[in-house]
Ligand binder design. Sequence first.
Ligand SMILES: [Fe+2]
Length: 427
Amino acid sequence: MTATDSKKKLLFVDDDPAMVKVVGKILGNALGPELIEFHEAESGEKGLEIAGELQPDIVICDINLPGMNGFEFCRKIRQSRLHATVILMSAYDENEDYALEAKETGADAFLIKPIKKGELLFVVNFILRIEHLNETVLGKNHELQEDQRRLNDNLKDIMQMNSKLESQNTQISSMNKELVERFDSTVGLLTNIIELNQSQHRGHSERVAEIAVCIAQNMGMSQDSIGSLRTAARLHELGIVSLPRDETVEEALDEGKSRPVTSHPMVAEMLLKGFAGFESVAELIRHMHENVDGSGKPDGLVGEQIPLGSRILSAASFYDHYMMAHPDSSILEVIKKVEQANGTWFDENVVSFLSGYALSQSQSSDEKTLSCSVFALKEGMVLASDLYSESGINLLRKGTVLDRDMVNKILKFNNVDPIAGQVQVKS
Ligand SMILES: [Fe+2]
């Protein structure tokens, strides 16, 4: 059984040639040249010189040497920071405790002369085992360090990949945001065109969008569905643009009468469905005049066969049309009118949320809105409704906080295309 996998260099320092010969023979016979490389020196000075070049693993040194003694030799070895195991040896002296002094000089073991073969091999083998254990531990440490280095490299790669992914996600988010803004601008342009054609119920599309989104949120619809519904509400009267002017007026005044006969939802669907991004919007508008009892158009769908967004759009549009056509009616009267069609035209659950919205709007508008002339507008005022010119151009949206530049532009625009009616602002 080998105590170590690699050959160890042993330096034996003694001025007694016979002792050197005996020890060399014992170690050579017991361990063999494949385990021990035996070197010798006859003095401490020579031993230090050889040790500096040899870098031995084990040094065995007699204490009683001519010139530098064994203790001094041991101190020099320790000061030189050689990583050698040092064994000092001396003849037995009952008046001296050489072992204690050997320990103080930094020796690792002490042998009493005359050295017995068994004791020498026991000590040397013990040291070789310790060396072997040290090498094993160092090897494991090296492996662990290599594993740690690989883990660090992998971690670095992962962090770099994460960084790239985050960068790509940021770019994608930015592109998505830009696409959404462009899509929204396109919808806004179409909404303005619709409203330019419908001075009788100006702002209807945006109000229906606000009502529909509120109902959808309270009903727990997904953000994607709410987005499609909001767009559908803003464009739900796109088909009316194609109607003759007198029919457009009729639509605005009483949807209750026009609803059973008009086909403008299908016109809007045809205009929209061919454009990417508008497919679900076109579908919602197509079914906005379906009735929950199956008597509606165009497919006679019943109850939940009608897309929920279409059911919401149906009730919200009717509510706002009725408000426009009957400006003297109270909120409760309008709600009552809508509820009369519960279970026939409208989904009862949707109407319930619509009633909640209407009542909350009634309370907030009674408390905070006032009318004023365009010339009384001031910086800091908040618009309580959309601002239109008489020709139907939507200048600013409800909720806009006026600044000095906006007020000046409104007054200049008023000289060219007067502002329609009184301006509603929040008090
Ligand atoms: Fe409508």
